[in-house]
Each structure stands twice: as structure tokens, then as C-alpha cells.
Design a protein around this ligand. Sequence first.
Ligand SMILES: *Cc1c(COP(=O)(O)O)cnc(C)c1O
Length: 408
Amino acid sequence: MVDATPVPSKPEDTAQGRFRAAGRGPWHGVPPEQWDDWRWQLKNRITTLAELERHLALTPEERAGVILSGSRLAMAITPYFFNLIDPADPTCPIRRQIVPRIEEMSFGPEEMEDPCGEDRSMAAPGLVHRYPDRALFLVTDRCAAYCRYCTRSRVVSGAHGHLDADHEAAIRYIAAHPEIRDVLLSGGDPLLFTDEKLDSLLQRLRAIPHVEFLRIGTRIPIFLPQRITPGLVDILRQHHPLWMSVHVNHPRELTAESRAALARLADAGIPLGNQSVLLRGINDSADVMLELVHGLLLCRVRPYYLYQCDLIRGSAHLRTTVREGIDIINDLRGHTTGYAVPQYVVDGPGGGGKIPLNPEYLLAHDGDSIVLRNFKGDIYEYPEAGRPAPLPSRPSRRHDEIVCLGLD
Ligand SMILES: *Cc1c(COP(=O)(O)O)cnc(C)c1O
């Protein structure tokens, strides 16, 4: 007897089943209790050419990159994240994010050490106070793994410089500035701290009455999901309202492991956002971006920002044009769930802060009305408030009434 209704026979056939486990790969002999221990993952990171070559056949560009780029930004790859690389594909989007290449040592005239001008906006060591009501608190210069396009490669990883952080001075500054209602902890990666250290830092910030809103920027749920332990989550939930921004660039980063870590955070009531960087050959197509943002929604992560890649020294091979970024947003907006569409932003080079970029939906604005297009390209006219178009049935209308007039 055959059931007429197609029933998914394997988890792979469902939307949820897209999250495959990374597996232990070359570390298959390692017992699961070690593999699942975030300290083991950190201790066994790939940081040298010899270790990398033991597991991956490098191209000449990568080999030279590993040898030469160590003075710019250290290489570090957790075994877990390494296993997401497709060893047969030199253009693998995971590989290109974390394996150094020789192009990192070519510096263009437009590129900068400090593309977002953060050093100039430091109110205290490690504290960037650029926007009126919120501050960026760089609490550490270490990450679980290093993104080759890191906007803070001048201070992160310890290879080139280091972050001059002073938690006491930063907390004193925040406490003395009642206009700061939002503190964003970033780095480096704040979730590399021990539970105790993170708890104490969050407590100190929570004790400041005018700090309403705390958030953590982290890539740990992606590079080192083992770190998101029940114990850590129990600490984080003590400090609500606490929000978190994660960093996922490609749908392949959403594995069974990272999805479980994100679920633990979401279950603790932590609203999750994602910040992606638009990267050449990695996520610079509407198809990849759609798969990514749909996967994020299934993980209860709201796509927040899509960043145009900053003008970091040695990043030309990873940057796209701004036009490509706008075109991708144009292919998302209206074509899929509004929650899935991130805001595309460019950080104004040298310290302008985040500037939103959008496809042009406003086609004309002549004072009496505006002419708009929708996501399909259809044209609509909307009369400006104060200059109502004649409407015989309602001689007097309030300014805030909405009237939609099609051109046809
Ligand atoms: C990105 C950023 C923030 C936070 O900006 P939001 O738009 O509120 O997410 C704050 N300070 C600095 C310096 C930043 O770069």
C-alpha cells in the first residue's frame, strides 16, 4: 500500500534538515568529549603552515599568503570551522574567509590601516564613542579564528599591533556620560572571556543606571559553537535586555552545531541579529544571499546589516563594487520576507560611520507628488502632504491621510 502524500523520509528533505553537522574530519580519532570542549577547540587551532598543509593542499597563492601575512594578521582556524572547508575547491567560500592569500600583501592607495577611523574616536582606551547615545566597547583583541578581511586587523590577533584596552577607564567614561544608553561589546570577541570575567564585566555595565541596552558582537557561535555552553547562556540571561549580533557570511556556516548554539541563545531570550560582510566570490550573489538570509530566519536570527567591505589594507581581492551590493538588496526586497532583508551599509571611509545604501525607489519628487516604483518596477504616485490632489468626494482632508494614486 503506497501513501499518496509525499512524506519526507529523511531530515535532509525538510527545511530544517539543511543544517548538516560539520563532523570531526581529520580529527576523527578525537573523543567527542574533547571535540565538544571549546577549550580543546581553541588549543588545537590551526595556526602554522605545517599544520594547515597537513590537512589541506594549498595553492601557491595560499602558501605564500600563510608565510607572508603572519606579520599583518595571524592565522587561526578552529578544527570545527576548518571542517567546513571543501578541500577539493580552492574557491570554497569558507576557505577564502580564513586561509591567507598572497593578495593580502598588496596594498592599494585607497586602503587604510584604520578604515573606520576608530582610533581617532577613542574616548578611553578601547572605547569608541562616535554616535550620540551609544558606545562601542572593544574589550579584547583576540578572536576564536581570524577573518582575513578583518576591519581591525591593525590591532587584532597580536600579529601587527595590539588593542590598548583599559576596562576600568572605559567603564568610568561610560558612567560619567549619561547620554550613553547603549553599550556594544565587541573586539576581538568578547565571548572568548571566561564565564566569570564576562559576568563581572556585564555586571559592572548593568550597575550604571543610564545604560539601558547591552549588546555583544561575536562570531563565536559560528567559529566555536561549543563555547555557547548552558553555563554561559545562564550568565548572559542574567543581564537582560541583552542583544547579540553574530557574523555569518555564507549559508554553509549554518551547521547543526552553530544552529544548536544559536537556538540556546534564542531560547534564553536573547534577540539575535546578523552582520554579514559582502565578499567577492563568497556571498556576492542574490542566490547565495537568499539562501543565507532564509537559513538565518530558521535559526531565529534577523539579518541586521550587510556591510560593504571596508577599505582594509590587503582586501582588494575580497571587495565588490557598491553597485553589486545595491543590486543584491534590490533582488531581495519585496521578493522575500521583509525580516530577511538586511540594511546594506558602507562605513564612511576614515570615520563617517554607517551610511545606509538602498536601491532607488523614489523616481521623482516635484513638490506636489512623488513618483515611486515597487519591487516589480511598477510605477506609483503619492501626493505630498499639504498639496493634496483634488478629490471631489472629500473636499477637506487631513494632511496625514494616505492616498495612493496609480498612474494608469
Ligand atoms: C556600528 C557601530 C555602533 C552601533 O551602530 P548601530 O547602528 O546602532 O548598530 C556604535 N558605535 C560604533 C563606533 C560603530 O561602528
